[in-house]
Design a protein around this ligand. Structure first.
Ligand code: ZN
Length: 306
């Protein structure tokens, strides 16, 4: 019995040992498999987290683009409504406009316009109005239209940010309202609304926002489509100004002619009667600008992204 008992004992411990090894092996395999599985799950979770943050980012971009689209759509609708309401009926009307005055030559310019029996539009500078306090009243009394240009005309100030732009604009708006007894309804942005000038003075050009803000006050920004070139140096002669104006007008039905009321030159004033004669001979009459002038006068606004 003894050897048999001993053999049984050996076999029992042997079996127990083998069982332990087997259990340990199974445990190891399960651990390895679980760990691999956990790693896989973690990897999946982190890639899902990455995708969620990408989706959030795309959502933000989508919202941003949607806002820009809405803004552009409403601006296009405004301009479309202008062109539908105020489309040219084909009548040839030219608009003489004089920027940057008043000056010491304003009364002489008013005299030349009176002699030619035409009315014009003046986009004035506030600081010059203070220097020639009777000028805007004389312009309005002569049947001409006075619009906002800028209080300071300092590009680096007015186009630096919206606060500066609004301050400068409203200073002249309030001054003209007080001087003329009614609010101005038109304006011309210094350098024009196409942004080629203003974008030099800010990282994020404010032109689009400024145009929206002005239009929101029912004031109409108006550019030009025939540049007389009279602000250039050397100062052009009256004949050069006339030729340039006729060339720029070409076959336009409602040209808006950009000229200047500067104190350091008189060739613009001398050119006025000649321009009037030439254009009248071509069948044009002369008008003043208003919020109802044909919308083709708008130039596209270039945004920061362009
Ligand atoms: Zn100007």
């Amino acid at each position: 019995m003894k050897p048999l008992q001993s053999m049984k004992k050996i076999n029992f411990f042997h079996l127990l040992f083998l069982l332990s090894i087997a259990l340990a092996a199974v445990f190891c395999i399960v651990s390895v498999v679980q760990s691999a599985h956990l790693q896989q799950v973690e990897h999946q979770l982190s890639s899902m987290r990455g995708e969620t943050s990408r989706a959030d980012h795309l959502q933000d971009q989508l919202q941003d683009l949607t806002a820009k689209y809405d803004d552009l759509s409403s601006r296009m609708a405004i301009r479309q409504s202008f062109s539908e309401t105020h489309a040219s009926d084909g009548t040839k009307i030219a608009y003489l406009t004089f920027d940057d005055g008043p000056s010491k030559n304003t009364s002489q310019l008013l005299q030349a316009l009176k002699q030619s029996n035409v009315k014009a539009t003046f986009f004035v500078i506030g600081l010059n109005c203070q220097q020639y306090p009777d000028a805007v009243k004389n312009e309005a009394a002569g049947g001409h239209v006075v619009g906002i240009h800028s209080w300071t005309h300092k590009y680096e100030y007015i186009y630096a940010n919206m606060d500066n732009f609004k301050q400068d604009f409203m200073q002249l708006h309030d001054y003209l309202t007080q001087q003329l007894g009614s609010e101005p309804t038109i304006c011309r942005f210094p350098g024009g609304t196409n942004n080629t000038v203003s974008k030099k003075y800010t990282k994020e050009p404010i032109m689009q926002e400024a145009v929206n803000w002005v239009e929101g006050m029912d004031i109409r920004p108006i550019d030009w489509d025939a540049d007389a070139g009279d602000a250039e140096t050397p100062i052009p002669t009256k004949d050069q100004i006339v030729q340039r104006v006729l060339r720029e007008i070409g076959h336009k039905t409602n040209p808006v002619i950009l000229m200047h009321d500067f104190g350091n030159r008189t060739s613009t004033i001398e050119a006025v009667p000649l321009i009037v004669q030439q254009l009248q001979a071509q069948g044009y009459t002369f008008g003043t600008l208003s919020a109802a002038t044909p919308a083709t006068l708008f130039k596209p606004v270039v945004t920061a992204a362009s």
